[in-house]
Design a protein around this ligand. Sequence first.
Ligand SMILES: [Zn+2]
Length: 168
Amino acid sequence: MVGKNGKIVLNIIRKTTGIQWARKEIDIYFLKDSHSKSWVGGFSDPITIFIEKQGSTNKKKIIKNLSALKTVVIHELIHQNIYGIPLGDSENYIHKLKNRFKCDRICAIHIIVHAVLKEVFLKLKMEKELKADIKRCKNHKSYSCAWDIVEKIGYKKVVKEFKENLDL
Ligand SMILES: [Zn+2]
């Protein structure tokens, strides 16, 4: 993510979470082969995105177009931004969410990530990508559980609670 649009995305994420970027530069690696452990289509640290050539016959292909690529990059950037705070602080809140919603760890982490993602997407007028992500996540137990909770209690409330808990 370089240039003007990249900066806009980074600023919106920072303003939404209230967390400063820990590094001046963020490297994003693009790999051709997908990793079987990554359902989302990438990793957050270091940010690694799995892309494949158009026309690939691989059924596991996750990133089918530019919109999907943007979604994965922004998803992983949100994780990366949250890494900017002491680990104990975010772990504390993830633990609270786990107990409150009786959900697994992946779901608890993504309650925060998806709430931030929704706010960022709405600010970027990416409603189409937002809908597509919610739809795609229905195929994964923990990610769909996280979206259900975000939609139930409201993304703004989740983000607000997250920030209050961090006491930034
Ligand atoms: Zn994630």
